[in-house]
Design a protein around this ligand. Structure first.
Ligand SMILES: [Fe+2]
Length: 175
């Protein structure tokens, strides 16, 4: 069992997480969009490109416009799912002290009594100022059981690239 199949922590230490959090907290309500049940604002590409590791990654996997901050309300959850339009993303938790992101594999039907059983369950560490490549094409879930809004930066990798391809790129380039 290997957590690398679900997520990878990048070596880079972010210098822009405070700027991103301020951006999210000060964004007027009219900037927030809802897409596939997720509440998000778009983030300017120039800001992300000020981080050399992100610039290298985005040169290889152009995210188009899909660089965003997601918010999850207090005491809310985004239950087990696989993302529809992407296989991997670079994520960084901006705020959400009482929140958890889980990843895992669904148990094959017939092997357990409960069809919602998960095998190989992991909790993403999501340490402060750290970027993670995340396998969003696999099953994952977010639970915010805290009293504060959770904010997460997410840079999407477009199709047809797989998580395995982007993980290889991150490792090879020491991002
Ligand atoms: Fe997701």
């Amino acid at each position: 069992m290997d957590s690398d199949a679900f997520f990878l922590e990048l070596n880079a230490i972010s210098t822009i997480s405070d700027v991103l959090l301020d951006m999210a907290r000060s964004a007027p309500e009219s900037k927030w969009e809802t897409h596939l049940d997720q509440n998000l604002i778009l983030v300017p590409e120039e800001l992300l490109r000020s981080e050399p590791s992100l610039a290298t990654f985005m040169d290889q996997y152009d995210p188009g416009r899909r660089m965003m901050i997601f918010r999850t309300q207090p005491h809310a959850a985004y239950s087990w799912h696989m993302d529809k339009n992407r296989k991997s993303a670079i994520n960084m938790l901006l705020h959400g002290p009482d929140s958890i992101t889980f990843a895992g594999k669904r148990a094959p039907i017939g092997t357990t009594i409960n069809l919602n059983s998960m095998l190989e369950l992991y909790r993403l560490p999501l340490r402060k100022n750290k970027y993670y490549l995340f396998n969003v094409g696999g099953m994952h879930a977010v639970y915010n059981y805290g009293d504060q809004i959770r904010y997460l930066l997410s840079i999407s990798v477009p199709f047809p690239y797989t998580y395995e391809q982007t993980a290889e790129f991150v490792k090879t380039n020491n991002l």
